[in-house]
Design a protein around this ligand. Sequence first.
Ligand SMILES: NC(=O)c1ccc[n+]([C@@H]2O[C@H](COP(=O)([O-])OP(=O)(O)OC[C@H]3O[C@@H](n4cnc5c(N)ncnc54)[C@H](OP(=O)(O)O)[C@@H]3O)[C@@H](O)[C@H]2O)c1
Length: 327
Amino acid sequence: MQYRTLGDGDRALEVSTLCLGTMHLGTRTDERTSFAILDRFLEAGGTFLDTANNYNAWGAGHGRDSEDLVGRWLADRGVRGHVRVATKLGAAKKDPALPLSNTPPTNFQGLGADVVAREAHESLRHLGVDRIDVLYGHVDDRETPLAETVGAFGKLQAEGVVGLSGISNVALWRVVEAREEALRQGVPPYAVVQQQLTYAYPTPEVDRHSWASPELLDYAASTGVPGRPSLAVVAYSPLLQGAYVRADKPLFGGYDHPTTHARVRVLHEVAAELGATPNQVALAWLLGGAVPVVPVVGAGSVEQLDEILGAADLVLEPEVRARLDAV
Ligand SMILES: NC(=O)c1ccc[n+]([C@@H]2O[C@H](COP(=O)([O-])OP(=O)(O)OC[C@H]3O[C@@H](n4cnc5c(N)ncnc54)[C@H](OP(=O)(O)O)[C@@H]3O)[C@@H](O)[C@H]2O)c1
């Protein structure tokens, strides 16, 4: 397992470069299997967990199932001190009687100051911790003034209950404006941005704000210098939810186009030549890129996780990367 530092100065946080997503733990994945997955991740040196205040209200859960499960596991194993926990708020249900949707009307609670304060304290309670290591806005909220959201995250950091702040599913210009607003207010700017990123690229769309674009990676690479505090990129759905290797997992959300099919073919060829698996090559491609990112991987079993962990030390030589990049 490799490690890297998020954030700067006295807020700097060391995390494993593989982050374990817990979206389905406690709902689709039963408690026994979930605990076994978390145990194995920790045993392999993994220290970074990702959850949210709405996992998994998209499925069978009430929305705090994953936070509750992570909280029970941390308490049962007594490992809080060894693990960094990231959670998110803002995309839980505003009206509990209505479903959530990714398209308007979304029914998202948004990132108003009251929501940020209330939901963060609820997350502390559900996780059973006194500090959230990374707190993200789950989805950008353009209805709330940016200064209000930035101030609300800054207040939680000043109270000491949040380490680093971050944002997810957001346009780059909004990240930059929010960080500049934070510097004006004298509060720590977003240090982490969580977007979808994998070896395949989605079809470009003007309003696709969930993707880690090349511009975002370029901006992240330009940070960590005086006047521009560091910004790390965390990549969700790095395995395309299993679609690289499984017929039962169709390509989704703009990924089903000829270039993806060509990329998947080369991914399989390279994997066979290296004696690795396509999933491992896809993760190694992300981990070893010119702008390294932190993949947030999901696993439904210990066996899946073991395969994922095999990517942690897989190095792609420059000629192999060039071949993968050329497609
Ligand atoms: N910020 C956001 O808006 C956002 C959005 C989505 C996800 N996330 C975070 O990112 C995490 C991962 O997301 P994801 O589940 O979409 O990502 P993913 O890592 O691309 O997909 C994980 C799924 O792929 C399948 N899989 C994993 N390893 C496999 C293997 N070795 N062989 C075959 N199939 C395998 C499993 O599906 P089965 O369980 O069906 O077998 C697993 O649940 C989530 O848990 C969450 O923490 C964040």
